[in-house]
Write a protein that binds this ligand. Structure first.
Ligand SMILES: Cc1cc2nc3c(=O)[nH]c(=O)nc-3n(C[C@H](O)[C@H](O)[C@H](O)COP(=O)(O)OP(=O)(O)OC[C@H]3O[C@@H](n4cnc5c(N)ncnc54)[C@H](O)[C@@H]3O)c2cc1C
Length: 209
């Protein structure tokens, strides 16, 4: 991180914590001269990030062939209102990973990776839901991106105004933002008598969980 390097962090704990809190990663790559930035779900697996998708789609065919890529995860923590337009900002935690993805082809490893991805959505889900069959496994590509070249960047705290602007009669401060879960909506075709998984409503990731 060259721009505002004091906001950068490279330790694995910081990077892992941000990756484990986020749910959406943006995957950047160039295909036939055209840059793409595609949103996707992901799961951290130790020293790598797992992503999965349709084996027939361009995204996973391109990334699976070893195209250089960038994975970005962003957590938005607040809007920062300063006394000058120039110093308005956002509080955030973000991670950028650069590298090449490696296909997870071994059948056992692929099943474990997909289990991890489902567990990441809702803990305990692999116990409740049917696992993938052979056709579904073939239709799904799993890629692993090593965390070797990764960085975190964070901004916290109040606005940082120019000293002479602190006297201005202009409100300044932070509007904190957080991802919140709403009330669960049972599938209209849910068979009667099936309770929701406890993890769905007690997940500490949701501010009202
Ligand atoms: C929610 C949000 C809003 C932002 N809004 C703005 C904005 O409006 N204007 C603006 O200029 N910047 C904004 N940033 C910061 C922006 O992401 C870049 O860090 C900044 O623009 C500097 O980019 P650079 O390529 O010049 O950085 P450099 O310091 O040259 O980047 C060098 C390397 O540092 C790492 N790096 C850079 N930025 C990040 C990052 N955010 N997270 C993790 N690693 C990183 C990457 O590996 C990158 O290759 C915002 C960030 C977030 C998360």
């Amino acid at each position: 991180v060259r721009r505002l390097p004091e906001r950068g962090a490279y330790d694995r704990q910081t990077i892992a914590a941000i990756l484990d809190e986020g749910l959406v990663a943006h995957l950047g790559f160039v295909s036939e001269g055209q840059p793409f930035v595609m949103p996707t779900f992901y799961a951290r697996d130790g020293e790598r990030v797992l992503v999965h998708g349709s084996a027939a789609g361009r995204l996973f065919r391109t990334l699976g062939s070893g195209t250089p890529m960038c994975l970005t995860v962003t957590l938005l923590d607040g809007l920062v209102l300063a006394r000058s337009a120039f110093h308005h900002s956002m509080n955030y935690r973000s991670v950028v990973v650069l590298g090449k993805a490696v296909p997870v082809d071994d059948a056992g490893e692929k099943r474990r990776a997909l289990d991890l991805i489902v567990e990441r959505l809702v803990p305990g889900r692999t116990r409740d839901a049917r696992g993938p069959n052979e056709r579904e496994l073939r239709a799904t590509t799993v890629l692993a991106l090593p965390l070797d070249e990764s960085s975190a960047k964070m901004r916290t705290g109040p606005p940082k105004d120019d000293e002479e602007d602190y006297a201005l009669p202009c409100w300044a401060g932070v509007l904190p933002l957080a991802l919140a879960a709403g009330a669960i909506v049972p599938d209209p075709r849910l068979a009667p008598g099936i309770p929701p998984p406890p993890a769905l409503t007690s997940d500490p990731r949701w501010s009202n969980g």
